[in-house]
Design a binder for this molecule. Structure first.
Ligand code: UDP
Ligand code: UDP
Length: 493
């Protein structure tokens, strides 16, 4: 074997591990990678780290964060991957989500990763990739004799769905004796040992087997059994049943080891300077929050890539005003930040911003904010959220109650976990992306006011925040999982 293809048993014991990260696209996928990389770099400086980087990125936020990572951690190596061109028009026009198309482009360029892994010096001893790429990356790493782990960026319940969904389809097809499609539809998915996911709570594309996302999801789900381990951004106290079922092989027999290492956090050293600069600007969200009473502010954000129609945005605006609560609203009007040229006044309607300025009771921004830091601010009392998984973990870590209004993808599954884990409440009947009706301002205002003053919800969120802190503190479940994982890296390094 050449040094690059030495198998585990042949590696010198005690050698310094070299971990190559192969992340995917979208801030929801990249941020947890960046947090994990910074934490691995800080946990133990006996590790070499490389990060496969694809430029240009889909969004400006992704490019900024890649730059900050390499600036903050100069010893982390950047390995450029030059994507093969992919023409989005080969997919039907309703199936061209720019991030999912980027995942497909990455998958189709995956054969270029072999030489990057094999040619790296020092020799790569482990690969850590994203779940959107596993059906391509795991076989490549295996062929080179390099262990391949997955950093799973959603909850353990979602991991169990990804692992079980192909088996669910096989069973249904067998029951219906159908080779192709499913006459009875996808149906509810009863994940052994975890929970039943009603079909209406599945990521919407999964209801259509011809969708690009669904094909990727099924291929990756089938391949995941061959991974060497899963690192999941969750903690044992938040999802005890799902974690136990995955680890006991109830979901899929022989499933790889699952390390719950969350909630992942930013490392303070890497962005404290930026936070200071932001503080100095009087108009910054932090400066504005500094002037508000404790727990008086509703933080409102729907992630980076959630479609909320302009009509619904106006209902939210009127609802927030009607709630009588102070609010900080991070408003994105497009899936990709580079496309967002809308003026706030046009989106929110005449008079709204003027009234905010006069009353000083709210702030709306289209800028990228440090959400993790904002949620920890003592003035924040509630988070009206799309329940993207990173956002749920950040609310959990901050002990801030979540008012979940899922929009699409894994959000409803995440909302189930948010409720069972004590992070907050879920408006189950509120609209889902693709549904053609609006949740009214009146209902939004009423609910915000109600949850904001619900002491029981707040007490549960505080307890969950304490559990989260315990998990990552020295000796906690996530801390120990991380140590265990590092030992595995060293044993195979
Ligand atoms: N985020 C942020 N500032 C912004 C917008 C988003 O820090 O202006 C972060 C947010 O804190 C979270 C991530 O981007 O960590 C979004 O991931 P999530 O899984 O919550 O939702 P997605 O955007 O993938 O739907
Ligand atoms: N996902 C998965 N396997 C795949 C692709 C996606 O488990 O092959 C998960 C992914 O981690 C995310 C969820 O499916 O939690 C839904 O993805 P969505 O369309 O909402 O995009 P995202 O929020 O990840 O940007």
């Amino acid at each position: 074997a050449t040094p690059a293809t030495k198998s585990l048993g042949e590696l010198d014991s005690g050698a310094r591990p070299h971990v190559m990260f192969i992340p995917s696209a979208g801030m929801g996928h990249l941020l947890p990678f960046f947090r994990f990389i910074a934490s691995l770099a800080g946990h133990d400086d006996d590790v070499d780290i490389s990060v496969v980087t694809v430029l240009p990125t889909v969004s400006a936020a992704e490019a900024d964060h890649f730059n900050s990572l390499f600036a903050a951690l100069p010893h982390v190596r950047r390995v450029d991957l030059h994507l093969l061109p992919l023409n989005a028009s080969e997919f039907p026009s309703h199936d061209r989500d720019p991030f999912i198309v980027r995942w497909e482009a990455l998958r189709r360029s995956a054969h270029l990763l072999g030489p990057l892994i094999a040619g790296a010096a020092p020799r790569v001893s482990a690969v850590i990739t994203d779940v959107t790429l596993t059906s391509y990356v795991i076989p490549i790493a295996k062929e080179l004799g390099v262990p391949c782990h997955v950093l799973f960026i959603s909850c353990a319940t979602m991991l169990s769905l990804n692992a079980y969904f192909p088996l669910h389809l096989d069973k249904k097809k067998k029951a219906e004796q159908h080779e192709q499609g499913l006459a009875g539809g996808i149906g509810d998915v009863d994940i052994p040992g975890v929970r039943r996911i009603p079909w209406s709570c599945l990521p919407q594309p999964l209801l259509d087997l011809n969708k690009l996302f669904t094909k990727q999801f099924i291929d990756n789900g089938r391949e995941n059994i061959n991974a060497d381990g899963f690192l999941v951004n969750t903690f044992d106290a938040l999802e005890p049943a799902a974690l136990a079922a995955l680890r006991d092989g109830k979901v899929v027999p022989g499933f790889p080891p699952v390390y719950a290492i969350g909630p992942l956090r930013s490392q303070q050293h890497s962005n404290s300077a930026a936070a200071e600069v932001e503080k100095e600007e009087d108009s910054s969200p932090v400066a504005w929050l500094d002037k508000q009473p404790a727990r008086s502010v509703v933080y409102v954000a729907f992630g980076n890539r959630s479609a909320v129609s302009h009509a619904q945005i106006r209902e939210i605006a009127a609802g927030l005003e009607a709630s009588g609560c102070r609010f900080l609203w991070v408003l994105k009007t497009t899936k990709v930040d580079r496309d967002d040229s809308a003026e706030l006044t046009d989106v929110l309607g005449e008079g709204f911003l003027e009234r905010l300025q006069l009353g000083q009771h709210g702030l709306v921004t289209k800028a990228w904010v440090d959400q993790e830091a904002l949620l920890k601010h003592p003035s924040v009392g509630l988070y009206l959220s799309h329940s993207g998984w990173n956002s749920v973990t950040e609310a959990a870590a901050a002990g801030v109650p979540l008012l979940a209004w899922p929009r699409g993808g894994d959000h409803r599954v995440n909302a189930m976990v948010a409720v069972s884990g004590g992070v907050g409440v879920w408006m189950e009947h509120w609209s889902w992306d693709g549904e053609d009706w609006l949740v009214t301002a009146e209902e939004i205002g009423k609910k915000v006011r109600e949850v904001m003053s619900d002491a029981a919800v707040r007490a549960r969120a505080t307890r969950t925040g304490e559990e989260a802190a315990k998990a990552v503190a020295e000796g906690g479940t996530s801390y120990r999982s991380m140590q265990q994982f590092i030992s595995t890296l060293k044993a195979t390094g």
